[in-house]
Design a protein around this ligand. Structure first.
Ligand SMILES: [Zn+2]
Ligand SMILES: [Zn+2]
Length: 231
């Protein structure tokens, strides 16, 4: 969309908490977000997690922070407006927004859904959108975001607990002695990968790769501490 087309629609008023300097103090902040374009959704923010990255941002510890800055990149909210090209969301759906709200959309990384490696990747809370408006994070009452950078949160999720997943995310590996359970684990549970517990080669490859293990086997068995990552 051209800059002129962006300007034809009114911006969205927003209210949030901003840091004006590196003191670590946040204070109330009125600002505007870009108009909801054809590919965008507008989200009424319900929850936003507090990440250590927010503290780095506020205290100017990573980038030269652009002040005033509104932190927040673990965002969950309700969709209140959809652009005409939006296909993933309807008004009333729950959407999640993480660290990234923009990229070029045409480089090799973007074409492979690896926007985080795009040279024009835009952080949710730092930098400028294509139309020149500033990116402000989720410590605020609403957000306008291209649907590409939002995920649909399924019904029934505990939303306060969902928000922190939007930054770090989580991958799930199911470990079972029965290869026949792979289809169910991947297709119904949504697991990212599946390990057969008596396949030595698979087990060795998994060593040191997991951050936590939920063990549901009731019979006595050795615990697989070797799978846990050292950090
Ligand atoms: Zn984070
Ligand atoms: Zn790109």
């Amino acid at each position: 969309m051209t800059k002129a087309a962006f300007e034809a629609k009114p911006p969205v008023n927003a209210y949030g908490w901003a840091a004006r300097d590196s003191s670590g103090v946040l204070s109330p902040f009125h600002f505007t977000r870009r108009a909801n374009s054809d590919d965008d959704i507008t989200v009424k923010i319900l929850y936003c997690g507090i990440c250590h990255g927010d503290i780095h941002l506020v205290k100017n510890k990573i980038w030269p922070t652009l002040y005033p800055t509104v932190p927040g990149h673990e965002i969950v909210g309700q969709v209140i407006r959809t652009g005409k090209n939006v296909t993933k969301f309807r008004v009333g759906d729950i959407a999640g927004v993480g660290c990234i709200v923009g990229s070029c959309g045409s480089c090799d990384n973007c074409k492979q859904d690896l926007e985080n490696y795009c040279p024009k990747m835009l952080w949710t809370f730092q930098g400028q959108h294509e139309d020149g408006t500033r990116a402000f994070g989720g410590y605020s009452d609403n957000m306008v975001v291209e649907e590409r950078y939002a995920v649909l949160i399924p019904n029934g999720f505990a939303l306060a607990g969902t928000a922190p997943l939007l930054c770090a995310g989580i991958t799930v590996t199911v470990v079972s002695s029965s290869p026949s359970k792979q289809k169910e684990a991947v297709e119904r549970l949504g697991a990212d990968s599946f390990l057969v517990s008596h396949d030595q080669e698979q087990l060795e490859a998994a060593m040191g790769t997991m951050d936590g293990i939920i063990d549901t086997v009731s019979s006595p068995h050795p615990l697989a501490f070797d799978w846990l990552a050292q950090d």
